[in-house]
Design a protein around this ligand. Sequence first.
Ligand code: F58
Length: 795
Amino acid sequence: ARRSGFAGRAERMFGLMDGFLKNDPWSLQKDVLHHVEYTVARSRFSFDDFEAYLALSYAIRDRLIERWHDTQVYFKRKDPKRLYFLSLEFLMGRSLSNSAVNLGIKDQCSDALNQLGFEFEQLVEQEGDAALGNGGLARLSACQMDSLATLDFPAWGYGLRYQFGLFRQVILDGFQHEQPDYWLNFGNPWEIERIHVSYAVKFYGAVEEVLLNGVNCKVWIPGETVEAVAYDNPIPGYGTKNTINLRLWAAKPSGEGDMESYNTGDYINAVVNRQRAETISSVLYPDDRSYQGKELRLKQQYFFVSASVQDIMRRYTDSHSNFDEFSNKVALQLNDTHPSLAIIEVMRILVDEENIEWNRAWSIVCDSFSFTTHTVSSEGLEKIPADLLGSLLPRHLEIINEINFLFMEELKKKLGLNYSQLSQMSIVEEGAVKNIRMANLSIVCCHAVNGVSRVHLELLKKRVFKDFCKLWPQKFQYKTNGATQRRWMLVSNPNLCSLISEWLGTKAWIRDVDLMIGLKEFASNTDMQHEWRMVKRVNKMRLAEYIEAISGVKVSVDAMFDVQIKRIHEYKRQLLNLFGIIHRYDCIKNMEKSDRMKVVPRVCIVGGKAAPGYEIAKKIIKLCHAVAETINNDPDVGDLLKLVFIPDYNVSVAELVIPGSDLSQHLSTAGHEASGTGSMKFLMNGCLLLATSDGSTIEIIEEIGNDNMFVFGAKVDEVPALREMKSSLKAPLQFARVVRMVRDGYFGHKDYFESLCNTVENGGDFYLLGNDFMSYLEAQAAADKTFVDQENGHA
Ligand code: F58
């Protein structure tokens, strides 16, 4: 209730300010031509698609800036509690279409362009993705920014402006190769460089004790300084003027100490060394699950945290003379543990620079910070070698040790001298290499810890953070992930949206997705079914064209489009999908010709990137290509079965694939996917799900009912026992047969695939593919049946 009251006030306030810039096609066209001539510096009588894309983007950005200013002025005056979302990753994808849609000016833009001889949809294709993240966690950050803006929150996101985003995946002879993502090479019209918003970030050096006003104080004398420069990316809400900011930091050499190094005489070396500062924000780490304690990664984390915290504190102290109100005005939300050094940085500033007494600083920090975890296994938790942290950030290590000391003392009082438990909960992991456990640090210092689905919270309670949950049950909660319907329907599937708005008689569902339930009453309406199917068919045709363009494979839109797109990982079990496809192929080959008529034709689509060092994941990609090569060229099979791998999967590819899918697969071994968000995007687009009972799927099943999806496989609670029994379980014959085909070289590359086969046989099979195989095939058969029913008008 508080939120909507607030939103109402914001709306009234924003309503008072009518922008300078008009949004009719004529004004837009004038602005586009202005930018062609004066920003892109091309003649307004001759410019190409890319230049038109740039000019249109600048024209839209002007409108974003206007709203952004109004938003900042409004919130500055109101001084509400602000939400700061700190994340090392944001997968924003493209901005043009999304901005035009959220500003409500897409049709006007189209009209303006048509008169100039350009097409909006074609210009959209000129934009590269902003891929500043790996996978689900990073795309969730982007969706959350859209929601925060739309729901009128006074929120800002903070992140890193990597010069190279997630690597580009190039497939050569079926093998993945990685290439740098030169996303900034042609400029980025969506960002605003703020050279005057910059902060010095310090590293290395030592801590010294000095006497200040008769008191012994710790002073950190850093050894290196780098400058953080802000790049702002305005994020518009839908149906509101609220436009929030995503502030990304880039590293630049610092001007500090220039004279000294130049005076030493080695001018060239001094300049070259300074330039090295830029490496801090140069590249995103492409690992989607685990960490190595790398110095550069730690530098990135602290660089981003230090700049963000300085910026946040500056904004706070602009209007407050002390820190009494800090936690009432500032909420710092950490996206996983990657930005958790922010906690220590705030503590350090309060204690060392603001001279606030430790206990008071501690309570300000605990009240301000909360964090979300996206991990299900203890092995996936982030650890940083204490030596590394101590050399890069000596004062921060001291503060961590002090926090841990006080925490251990408190624990001893509560638990007694239970050393095993104390050592498990300690922030510092003792051993040959001393590590700082960033999750333990975050739990101890934050007032709230949240999981990303209901079962995720249960797993946190039962396994990952068992002891902490017992100690502080009130801290732990969950917020099941979501996906924004603005990006995943309005931008990517406008025809379906028009249909929904027409049948519902309102567009209100675009801000409040629950209203889509109203469609239920039309579910059996044959007109609606027909229209729905036509929309799907057009989307499938578009996807089929794309598939042919990238792979040369012609696919029939009458076939079921069966899709699995996500990062390649053993736990996500793309291998189970491939084994299912091989089984299907084998069945078709071995059946009587007359029976082939009964086979439901399928186009199996797989896409995703493997982390560059993840050998098994790379082999899965190669196997997919090898199987596709055999199947797609087998005349016995024809249109009954096709397999295509979509290279370089990213947000904009997902926007094309999802609306054209009939069935989507989410096959994680139960208990391994913290939530999963892909399934939600498919569902919104009227696609059936074939999934294990894992992560958010469990809640989806409760919402839509078991009979509206194909659920298979072991349940979360069954998995541990199955793993224990694994060596005594015999894999079904059908499973053994498909693995044997791969082992024996049916798809070539016999030696190369051997280690892949070993992961699922000989007592291996940690992810239980053999165990789940038969129920997977049953679910697939049920999907076939439903698809035929639907084609016959029974669905
Ligand atoms: C994902 N985590 C979860 N991590 O796997 C997924 O179940 C969940 O839906 C999603 O977060 C959003 O909550 C994930 O994507 C990463 O990519 C990290 C990036 C940095 C390195 C460690 C993994």
